[in-house]
Design a protein around this ligand. Structure first.
Ligand code: ZN
Length: 277
């Protein structure tokens, strides 16, 4: 089954579409590695100059599919793996280094411009597909939330919150689990454009086509310059540090509840999601 569809809507533009709408594009390991494969193909295809990441259905992504389990379905691509099969937090930390932080980081740095085309809800792990993209175009109905303090952890594994929304709003979104609306996300600098839902695809494609006409190497150098500036600000080290604290949370859960992410946390998140939908 195809979980990520590839479209070529215009010269120079590849559109990768998350195609699991019946699960609100929840991210199973298979979906993550299929997406990685399609991104690698688009990166290696010289005729692709800009990559759009879009999603089928009413919501962009409901986050990691917690029913799918935690495993790497192929050879690791972002790390050397290392004791992925170790039990407890040791194995889980290796998994998150590879499949969560590792993939998001790899996608942030792929050497072509990327645009996220976002509608509906983006929850928790969903942010780890949106934030690594270079530009975000959102429909007016789009909302963004990281409610995973309900699981007793700090936030999602790609912890760029304060670069996305500033440190005050980052704390508010983490402490409350509340979602941020598309207009607020634009005001905070997390989203580039907000457009009516009916115009989302066309507006994103228009932007992609305009960017695709510019010199590819100039675009690559501009992207690398911005990303290296983020790292000079400490983003990369902050990400590693946050992932370590995140796994301290998982370790505490395991000791206290016998599971990495307590199931009552998932129930609380689902209830909150229904209230705001
Ligand atoms: Zn985790």
């Amino acid at each position: 089954m195809t979980l990520v569809r590839v479209e070529r809507p215009a010269d120079g533009v590849a559109r990768l579409v998350l195609a699991r709408p019946e699960k609100r594009n929840a991210q199973s390991p298979e979906l993550l590695y299929e997406l990685d494969g399609r991104l690698l193909e688009a990166t290696n295809d010289a005729s692709v100059r800009v990559i759009v990441l879009a999603a089928d259905g009413p919501d962009f992504s409901s986050g990691h599919d917690l029913h799918a389990g935690f495993y790497v379905p192929c050879d690791p691509v972002a790390t050397m793996g290392g004791h992925l099969d170790a039990g407890g937090v040791e194995g889980h930390y290796a998994f998150e280094c590879e499949s969560y932080l590792g993939l998001s980081r790899r996608w942030r740095d792929l050497p072509k411009p990327t645009i996220a085309q976002v509608q509906g809800r983006t929850i928790a792990g969903g942010l780890m597909l949106v934030w690594p993209m270079d530009i975000v175009v959102a429909a007016e109905d789009a909302t963004f939330a990281d409610p995973v303090t309900a699981f007793g952890v700090n936030g999602v594994e790609y912890f760029t919150h304060l670069w996305e929304v500033g440190h005050r709003k980052a704390k508010e979104m983490l402490f409350t689990g509340d979602s941020i609306s598309a207009p607020d996300a634009q005001r905070l600098g997390m989203v580039n454009q907000v457009v009516p839902a009916a115009d989302l695809e066309a507006a994103t494609l228009d932007l992609a086509v305009r960017i695709a006409q510019r010199p590819a190497f100039g675009l690559r150098l501009a992207k690398e310059s911005v990303n290296r500036s983020l790292d000079a600000q400490g983003q990369s080290v902050a990400l590693d540090s946050a992932l370590a604290l995140h796994n301290l949370g998982h370790a505490a859960n395991l000791a206290r509840h016998g599971e990495l992410a307590p199931t009552d946390g998932a129930a609380a998140i689902r209830a909150a999601s229904r209230r705001t939908s």
